[in-house]
Write a protein that binds this ligand. Structure first.
Ligand code: GLC
Length: 665
């Protein structure tokens, strides 16, 4: 049988890292090429056997240099350099692809004559050359619209002749370009425009704009391939009955990781999802507490390892099990509630949900009875790691205020230095504080009531409580399914929701903030976690709109710039670091939540863009722990389990829809 012809397009974009060199600035031609290719994939190439990869050039320059490609953007077609140093010629590209695939429709669309070069400077008073993904272009267009200026616009990503015009007028492909009254203005130069167009600054109308997101598209075959790659990662990381977050740095069983992982398994092997949670709950303490790590007895090499926690001081650890002494966000009920719809064997789902329900309920009960010291229906965490967001900027202030140090801080520091060699781990700065908090807990024998009285770190977190709120209502669904009363869960979900809205919401700013119980104040840091109540349906309609407006107004790549997905910290903050763990990088679980939240509040396009961008990101760059928002470079651990599991969730949903199966919400 003849092998089916396919075309592989690879765009080497000006970004990346090599040894000590890192590219920080953007390349306009690369951005335009990227937009053009995304658009072609969604339009002319949709459904054709063509794949597109976007790779950071500096990380991969050696792969193309020997083929003659040295100047980004470089586009290769089936590994041959097609164009470089400039935006690819679209008709020629379509025709090349058409010839390779023997596809006459593509060859013909490639042969369409280029529109004649117009001379806009004569034909219309004002002409704007733009690309949809260029922020300055969006601002310029918004400025003209809001100020009632009439103009004609030409999208350089759609028209070859528009690109030629720009090059002819300015000597290079730099946008936006505006031709007004015979003058050529490059960039968005407001004061020059105001002079030229006679707009007085006091009458000027403000700009409101959004980046027009180009949603990546995948063929069903591509989706199946991505799904398979993700399934392989979970298989590789799975030991006897549970799954490591990754095989090198995280060889134990982690609490919320296992929750996310179980969602992945539900889509193709529900039994494994059940086994995963069953294994996790073997570590549940007698008071309902679920530790953040259940140690794998085969591996001694995690730090801080099982001996540091002295969890046995609590007298509550199940016999023969070794655990840490802090918890993590209770995602489990939400993750496994989908068994009701996803497991084709309803009896099996029923029996497992009956088995796990009392354990989940006990865990949730624990939070309300032991971690809500002032009975406010808000759970407080006792250590930054308990949030799952280990070194997020949220904890800087509360940690800086801790002055005590621990007995073993020094040995912990040395160990951390060794670990830091393995990747971008939290470094020395707060290690003394981290260890002091642990020490205070084991010295108080993990008696949570006592700890609440003297502990220097007690925080009511937005993400943690939003997750609890959603999990309570999903536990209600589980209870209904197995024939138990669900009232307590819906009531508790409602109470947490009200408490979040009353205490953690800043209505004037349109945002949610963590509350520091020790210092009795809100922690006003603009992290992405401030927007998490959306996915749990916590804000009402008006507040939801306000939160989305705030999200747009900050640098999270929605209205301001374009990145591979949503970063974890506002990119305009001085201490934003796109490569450092929870202080800037893109995390798949957080984006997954945000997509659900934005969709619930009517932002369908944005949600689709986030989810498809996550799929594209893992497809192109691998299944990493986290990613640089600008270049998309994978960081931290490779072949990371929750990344794989949540991508399975997104891909499986898309495949179900295409197969005409009912959608599972
Ligand atoms: C890191 C993350 C945490 C995760 C753990 C294992 O500590 O911050 O959220 O659970 O790694 O993946």
């Amino acid at each position: 049988m003849m092998k089916k012809k396919t075309v592989r397009l690879t765009l080497y974009r000006y970004a990346g890292k090599f040894l000590f060199f890192r590219i920080k600035n953007r390349c306009r031609e690369c951005d335009i090429s990227y937009t053009i290719l995304q658009r072609l994939m969604n339009e002319q190439l949709r459904g054709k056997p063509v794949s597109l990869r976007i790779v950071p050039w500096l990380d991969n320059f050696w792969k193309v240099i020997w083929r003659g490609g040295w100047h980004a953007p470089i586009l290769t077609v089936n590994s041959k350099v097609f164009s470089q140093g400039r935006v690819p010629d679209v008709p020629k590209l379509l025709s090349t692809i058409g010839k390779t695939l023997n596809d006459t429709s593509l060859i013909q669309s490639g042969e369409v004559k280029i529109e004649k070069v117009v001379s806009p400077e004569k034909e219309s008073a004002i002409t704007v050359y733009f690309s949809p993904a260029c922020p300055h272009c969006r601002w310029l267009i918004s400025y003209l619209n809001n100020n009632g200026i009439k103009y004609s616009s030409r999208d350089v990503t759609l028209s070859e002749s528009a690109r030629k015009d720009v090059e002819r007028l300015t000597g290079r492909l730099s946008i936006p370009v505006i031709i007004a009254k015979g003058e050529i203005i490059q960039g968005f130069d407001k004061s020059r425009l105001n002079d030229l167009l006679g707009i007085l600054p006091e009458n000027e109308k403000p700009i409101k704009s959004d980046i027009q997101k180009i949603i990546p598209h995948f063929t069903s075959n591509q989706l199946r391939e991505i799904h398979q790659k993700a399934v392989n990662i979970l298989a590789k990381n799975r030991l006897n009955g549970w799954t490591m977050p990754s095989s090198s740095l995280y060889p134990h069983l982690w609490n919320w990781d296992s929750g996310f992982i179980s969602r992945g398994y539900l889509h193709y092997d529900p039994e494994k999802a059940y086994i995963e949670l069953r294994s996790l709950f073997t570590g549940q303490w007698s008071d309902g507490f679920l530790p953040h790590i259940i140690f794998n007895p085969e591996y001694a090499h995690h730090f801080p390892g099982r001996d540091y926690w002295k969890a046995d001081n609590s007298g509550k650890v199940p016999a023969g099990i070794f655990t840490s002494g802090i918890s993590q966000p209770p995602v489990h009920a939400t993750m496994i509630a989908k068994a009701i719809k996803l497991d084709p064997d309803k009896e099996r789902a029923l029996s497992f949900l009956k088995e796990i329900y009392p354990k989940l309920k006990k865990l949730h009960d624990f939070y309300f009875t032991e971690r809500d010291p002032y009975s406010e229906n808000l759970v407080s965490i006792v250590h930054p790691w308990e949030s799952g967001l280990d070194n997020a900027p949220l904890w800087d202030e509360p940690l800086a205020a801790i002055t005590d140090t621990s007995e073993w801080a020094l040995s912990m520091q040395q160990k951390y230095d060794e670990l830091a060699e393995q990747g971008d781990r939290p470094k020395r700065t707060y290690i003394e504080k981290y260890s002091y908090l642990i020490e205070n807990m084991y010295k108080n024998n993990y008696n949570w009531g006592k700890i609440a009285e003297n502990h220097p770190f007690l925080i009511q977190g937005v993400l943690f409580n939003s997750i609890l709120c959603k999990s309570e209502s999903d536990l209600g669904k589980i209870a209904e399914f197995i024939g138990y009363s669900a009232d307590i869960h819906y009531e508790r979900a409602d109470k947490v929701k009200t408490a979040i809205n009353n205490k953690l919401c800043d209505e004037a700013e349109g945002i949610y903030y963590n509350f520091d119980l020790v210092h009795q104040k809100h922690i006003k840091r603009d992290t992405i976690f401030s927007y998490m109540p959306l996915f749990a349906g916590i804000p009402d309609k008006d507040m939801g709109k306000a939160v989305l407006d705030t999200l747009r107004a900050h640098c999270f790549c929605i209205a301001d710039m374009d990145c591979v997905a949503i970063p974890s910290y506002d990119m305009c903050q001085v201490d934003f670091d796109g490569e450092f763990y929870w202080r800037g990088p893109v995390w798949i679980n957080i984006n997954w939540y945000l997509a659900q939240g934005t969709r619930q509040y009517g932002e369908t396009q944005l949600a689709e863009w986030i989810e498809n961008s996550l799929i594209a990101l893992t497809d192109r760059n691998g299944f990493y722990e986290y990613y640089d928002p600008d270049s998309g470079r994978g960081l931290g651990e490779k072949d990371f389990s929750w990344t794989a599991a949540l991508i399975i969730d997104l891909v499986a949903k898309r495949l179900r829809v295409r197969a005409g199966k009912p959608q599972v919400h």
